[in-house]
Design a protein around this ligand. Sequence first.
Ligand SMILES: [Zn+2]
Length: 393
Amino acid sequence: MTGSGERGWIAVALAVVLTVWGVRTAWVDSGPSPSMIPMAPASATPTGYLAPTAAPTGYLAPTASPMGYLAPAATLTGTGEASLTRSPTYTATPTGYLAATPTPRECLAPTPTATPVGYLAPTPTPLRPGRPWPTPDVSGGHTHYWLRRPILPASRCIASAFYPYGTNGMGQYLTHHGADFPAKMGTPLHAAGNGVIVVAGSDREHVYGLFRNFYGNLIVEKLDQGYRGEPVYVLFGHLSKVEVRAGQRVSAGDVVGLVGEAGIAMGPHLHLEVRIGENSYRATRNPEFWLRLLPGRGTLVGRLLTSNGRSWPGVALYVRRADAAQKVYQTLYTYVDDPQVNPDDEWGENFLWADAPAGEYLLETPWGKQVPFSIRPGGTSFLEIRHDVGGTP
Ligand SMILES: [Zn+2]
């Protein structure tokens, strides 16, 4: 517990919730399917990554409005202080920011039956702050939901939740520079926007990822539209067939190839990347933040930082529906501490929940704190949580 005189390690938590309305932009034609979207299945059950026992209930809810700032917990004496300042119970939490496996296992098999080979039990490691994290001004709320979904129907084109951008499967895999969309072998892949194909074929001769034959067969398209004065590249990896050639112009929706499992894939799926500024493996951003929004869904853009702005890498965060809080609905993961993982230039996120069904939720941190947030259809919700433990940072 923090006494009033122990100012040296006061735990500080600041949550900011900002919901941006009407920020959807659309320059590509034909919207996604208007059909109703089935609820996303709950993610894999928690892997014992954290033990949020004694999760505080009634953690700060000082305002009925989802807009604006929530008061820092330090001022909320009597409601949440105890939960924010107690000794953390995080010693058994495995983290993923050490590259744990020498085996290239870049992509998950899409089915639970295809258990990753050579699973390594995560080594318990205390949570440690990562590098200083960018803090852009998010007040503009500019988004870039430009990309048409490459697999149809669009409503089914939702990325695997366990291995999102910037994560490593809690230490089992390489840092992920893209997002994976499970699909059957041979499923047509559609261009995500208008542009020019700049790479088409295998990567046996040239390195486009971490090493040769990483993507097996790939396509890289340079979009006609730039972002903040820089070119935008969209990469499709692991194709079974490439149906375009370098230099070819394509329009959004054109079939450019077929889903496969070439390269280091562990099963048929599309590996999607967005690269900004240069066509390089180190220039990626979270591609799920670039896809056109689906009806009834929105995006949570999150930051989990120390009070002085360092990231908390490799952390599992549990999302519960506000009306069914006994069950974990979705697990999110903060980005690992890898300099080749890039937050969005305007949002500075270190975790993201794309394609979130509209609704009211609670986000649970490893420190047992629950923070409410809302997802609006077509909206982008911003959530920043700052927390220190013990002697950090
Ligand atoms: Zn992938």
